[in-house]
Design a protein around this ligand. Structure first.
Ligand code: GLU
Length: 287
């Protein structure tokens, strides 16, 4: 079976133990399928980039001895590409400019389509994609069937912000396609984004992907480890220990403490996703 997978961190803070779990699972799953594994830095949201975190990501890839099959790509170098896709969608009347401010939208999380038929010029406006009133479902390899009716749950959503920033949903779909991705392995915090990405992929005529959303590592406050709640940065001097803990967190058979490359090799040989808890959160707490 053809398999191309990826690890696609956003440099909004240093990588933490939750990121390591995603990196390990995406890597082992790709390699266990004799697949390729790529790294992509998702840095379109320039104001949220945390200084030094891009460098920390690259040093982690080295220290944990992950071997990417291609040069690492940076989304901020590809902004023209995403604009070209927006133009393509525009020609097909699938996107429109929206002048609604956050204030106008208020606390209503479902966009009512106010600007849908106003035909506003595209300059300096947010760009939204039209969604339709239909149930989109996919079968996650761990989480089972997941569905959403985008029109009822969300409404037309933003692909490009008024300040020109390309939204994650668009960049991820375009790059997964252009990089030939077949499989997405990532944290369960992104489960609810998937129908939006499936919708975009379908209107762009891209092939379907297979998804696996991993249970999240939680801290002792019951929050998922994240850059926002100060999860500890991965300590590159403790790569073997941290790798062993990540493999344990995924409920895989034990691996011996060794060089990261050897440990990953052993984890790949023993890799079985059936052992991973089919839940949205891991038991226990992490730092
Ligand atoms: N860049 C996203 C993040 O760091 C992950 C994107 C994805 O795996 O689809 O949360």
């Amino acid at each position: 079976m053809a398999y191309v997978g990826r690890f696609a961190p956003s440099p909004t803070g240093p990588l933490h133990f939750g990121s390591l779990i995603t990196a390990v699972a995406s890597y082992c799953d790709a390699r266990a399928h004799n697949g390729k594994w790529l790294v992509r830095i998702e840095d379109t949201d320039i104001p949220r980039i945390y200084p030094g975190s891009e460098d920390h990501i690259l040093r982690c890839i080295d220290a944990f001895q992950f071997e990417a099959d291609d040069a690492i790509i940076f989304q901020k170098d590809r902004l023209d590409l995403y604009d070209a896709i927006i133009n393509q969608l525009h020609k097909n009347h699938l996107v429109y400019a929206c002048q609604c401010t956050r204030k106008m939208l208020g606390s209503n999380h479902i966009y009512a389509g106010t600007c849908r038929d106003l035909n506003l010029p595209f300059e300096q406006q947010a760009i939204r994609v039209r969604v339709s009133d239909q149930e989109i479902c996919f079968s996650d390899r761990l989480q089972g069937t997941h569905c959403s009716n985008l029109q009822q749950d969300l409404g037309d959503f933003v692909l490009k912000r008024r300040d020109g920033i390309i939204n994650y949903q668009l960049a991820v779909v375009v790059d997964d396609y252009l990089q030939g991705m077949t499989h997405v392995v990532r944290g369960a915090d992104l489960l609810d984004n998937t129908e939006r990405q499936i919708w975009l992929g379908s209107i762009l005529g891209y092939p379907k992907l297979k998804y696996m959303h991993l249970p999240l590592a939680m801290n002792d406050q019951g929050q998922k480890l994240s850059k926002q709640n100060m999860a500890q940065a991965l300590d590159l001097n403790r790569a073997p220990e941290l790798l062993q803990q990540a493999i344990r967190a995924l409920h895989q058979p034990e691996v011996d403490l060794d060089t990261p490359a050897h440990m990953l090799k052993q984890a790949i040989a023993q890799w079985d996703i059936q052992h991973i808890p089919h839940t949205k959160e891991l038991e226990g707490t992490y730092l």
